[in-house]
Each structure stands twice: as structure tokens, then as C-alpha cells.
Design a protein around this ligand. Structure first.
Ligand SMILES: NC(=O)C1=CN([C@@H]2O[C@H](COP(=O)(O)OP(=O)(O)OC[C@H]3O[C@@H](n4cnc5c(N)ncnc54)[C@H](O)[C@@H]3O)[C@@H](O)[C@H]2O)C=CC1
Ligand SMILES: O=C([O-])CC(=O)C(=O)O
Length: 343
């Protein structure tokens, strides 16, 4: 029904360009980290970016000096925390991407990152609300299910909240679902677009495999192959955490996914119509069940903000079960974020 993961292929399809550039400023907060560095590089290569501001509490100047030597038209500048660097990095920002925060170690859940990351995201959001209240914000920092509501509460407290401008970046789930299903089905990843709805942690990640022909076959066959595929999509993050063996979580695939997410916003801002992606936004879909934020296919408006939030569409009974299991967990995660700000 939806080309929900079309964004995962647009970046891959398009050769990086050294021409055409718009007047669009992007800020990356946490730019010197495992995600931040390759994400900044990919954004430097995006012809829809004209200025890239890299902020981190360490090493941002070096990363920016390095990235800025790529001979693409955009300018890249780094900022540290000294001399009001955070606020300077946000001046005039049209898009702010936030990968700042601790990654998991083996044995941890994303929720175990809450104590470390909630205050980091809150403080960055406070600066954004002050300096660039109209920017579109993409939150990568985990636990996304809770950090996005934290940003919303910060913006509400500052009196500048516009739910259409706040996004949780769940693109890696769509990227993984596409990679894993196409690996089984023998289809081209770029044509294997699996909508993934809900949130971004374990059981809150709900892949809707039945909504495309390759996935429908796997769903209808059922059995171990389906169970293993769903589990791999839901726990793909754990697979990387385990393989990295204490050295962090997904960074390179996340940078790819984050760059693709940003590209969707930038393409919509640049006039492309019907840019649709799965992303975690304030949503009416399950608000009656107390779930105020939910990822489903969202069509962006010409401003690159939330236009239309689409419902999840037709579900196979196995997917309905996954969705039923997702909602109570998601509600708790959202409440944790809101409570943190109220406390
Ligand atoms: N949404 C998603 O799908 C995914 C989210 N993540 C999350 O992204 C976050 C970052 O992961 P990595 O880049 O691997 O971690 P990392 O530790 O390599 O990098 C984090 C960066 O944030 C910086 N930082 C810390 N506090 C800061 C502050 N107050 N202001 C600015 N920068 C600050 C650090 O200096 C560091 O450079 C983690 O929370 C991780 O769980 C990771 C993968 C996928
Ligand atoms: O698993 C983690 O902690 C990082 C993450 O969110 C992912 O890879 O999906």
C-alpha cells in the first residue's frame, strides 16, 4: 500500500552530486560519536544540504575540519561546548539530528540507557527550543520511545511545541527489515519495502511483512522461518551489540539510515511530493489507548514536516498479535519520558 521504506532506496539509488545546493542548514548534535561521524560525512555528500553544523562535547572541531575537505558544495563547521558552541551550532538550523548519547553494551536493554540519555536529550532540546524552535528534529538517541516524548515536553514547556516537526528516527528498523527479507526472498532490497510500525525497541518494533508480496509469502508459510525473521527484525540491534562485544551498538548502518531519514525531510523541503516514510511521531492512531507517539507511514508536507499520518493498514492475525503486544510497552516508555520531565 505505502512505499513506506522508499526512503531506504533513494539514497542508495542517487549518485552523490557535487552540483546543485539549496540554502538548507543541518545540525548534528553528538557529531563526533560512532554514528555522528559517518552520518556527518553522508550529510556532507547530500546536495540538498548547504551548511552542516557539527556539535559534540568532544572532538567536533576535528571531525568538521576533516569532513569539510570533501569537495561537495556545503560548508561544514564544528562546535564544542565552550563559548556557547551548542547555541551557535543551532543558529538558523532547518533540520537537527540528535545521535548524542550512550550506546548499549551486551546485556543492556535500550531502556537501561534512559538514565544516561534522558538528561542529555533534554538539555540539547532546551537549546533547540530556544535557538531554532522551527527546526525539524530527528531523534536517534535511545531509548527513542522515551526520548522523543522528552523533546516534546521540553518544547511544550518553552511554548514552542509543534508536533509536526518532531520525529523519532526508526529508519534502521525499515532498513533491516528490507535487508533481512530480501536476503530470504531473493528480491532486490530497494524494491523490498517493509513498513515497520510501533516504536524502536524489541517487541515494540512491528514489521508488517504481509503488506508486500515477498513478505506475504513468508507470513502465509508461517512456522520457524517467519518467527526467526520477525525476531531478527525486532532484535537486530542486539545482534550488532553482541557482535561488537562491548564496543557499542550499530553505528554505520544507523548512519546510513539517519542520512536516509534526513534525505526524506530534505527532499520534501525541496518540493518533492508524496515523500512517505515510517517514523515515530505524535500520532492519533492509538491515542485512545494512551499511546500518544507511534511510528507508522507518514507523508511529509512541502515544508518537510508531518503532513498525513497513515493508519497501519490491513494486518495478518500474527501481525495483529505483535501490535497488541507493542502498545502496552510503548505506553510505559512514553509515560517514562513524560514523567522524567514532570519530575
Ligand atoms: N534510533 C536508532 O535506530 C539507533 C539509536 N542509537 C543510539 O544512538 C546513540 C549514539 O550512539 P553512538 O554514536 O554509537 O554512541 P557514541 O558513544 O559513539 O557517540 C555518542 C556521542 O555523543 C556525544 N555526547 C554525549 N553527551 C553529549 C552532549 N550532552 N551533547 C553533545 N554530544 C554529546 C559523545 O561525546 C559521543 O561523541 C545511542 O544512544 C544509541 O543507543 C544507536 C543505533 C540505532
Ligand atoms: O540496539 C541498540 O542499542 C542500538 C539501536 O537502537 C539499534 O541498533 O537498533
Amino acid at each position: 500500500m505505502f512505499a513506506a521504506a522508499r526512503q531506504t532506496s533513494s539514497l542508495a539509488k542517487r549518485a552523490f552530486s557535487t552540483s546543485s545546493v539549496n540554502n538548507t542548514r543541518v545540525a548534528v548534535l553528538g557529531a563526533a560519536g560512532g554514528i555522528g561521524q559517518p552520518l556527518s560525512l553522508l550529510l556532507k555528500l547530500n546536495p540538498l544540504v548547504s551548511h552542516l553544523s557539527l556539535y559534540d562535547i568532544r572532538l567536533a572541531a576535528g571531525v568538521a575540519a576533516d569532513v569539510d575537505h570533501c569537495n561537495t558544495p556545503s560548508k561544514c563547521v564544528g562546535y564544542g561546548p565552550e563559548n556557547g558552541g551548542l547555541e551557535k551550532s543551532l543558529e538558523g538550523a532547518d533540520v537537527i539530528i540528535i545521535p548524542a548519547g550512550m550506546p548499549r553494551k551486551p546485556g543492556m536493554t535500550r531502556d537501561d540507557l534512559f538514565n544516561a540519555n534522558a538528561s542529555i536529550v533534554r538539555d540539547l532540546a532546551q537549546a533547540a527550543a530556544k535557538v531554532a524552535p522551527k527546526a525539524r528534529i530527528g531523534v536517534i538517541a535511545n531509548p527513542v520511545n522515551s526520548t522523543v516524548p522528552i523533546v516534546a515536553e521540553v518544547f511544550k514547556a518553552a511554548g514552542v511545541y509543534d508536533p509536526k516537526r518532531l520525529f523519532g528516527v526508526t529508519t534502521l528498523d525499515i532498513v533491516r527489515a528490507s535487508a533481512f527479507l530480501s536476503g530470504i526472498a531473493g528480491t532486490a532490497p530497494k524494491d523490498t519495502n517493509v513498513p515497520v510500525v510501533g516504536g524502536h525497541s524489541g517487541p515494540t518494533i512491528v514489521p508488517l511483512l504481509s503488506q508486500l508480496p515477498a513478505g506475504k509469502k513468508v507470513v502465509e508459510a508461517g512456522g520457524e522461518q517467519l518467527a526467526a525473521l520477525v525476531k531478527r527484525i525486532q532484535f537486530g540491534g542486539d545482534e550488532v551489540v553482541k557482535a561488537k562485544d562491548g564496543a557499542g551498538s550499530a553505528t554505520l548502518s544507523m548512519a546510513y539510515a539517519g542520512a536516509d531519514f534526513a534525505d526524506s525531510l530534505l527532499r520534501a523541503m525541496n518540493g518533492e511530493k508524496n515523500v512517505t516514510l515510517c517514523t515515530y511521531v505524535e500520532s492519533p492512531l492509538y491515542a485512545d489507548k494512551g499511546v500518544e507517539f507511534f511510528s507508522s507511514p507518514v507523508t511529509l508536507s512541502s515544508e518537510g514536516i508531518v503532513g498525513e499520518i497513515h493508519p497501519v493498514g490491513e494486518l495478518h492475525p500474527t501481525e495483529q498479535k505483535l501490535l497488541d503486544a507493542c502498545l502496552p510497552d510503548l505506553k510505559k516508555n512514553i509515560e517514562a519520558g513524560v514523567m522524567f520531565m514532570k519530575a
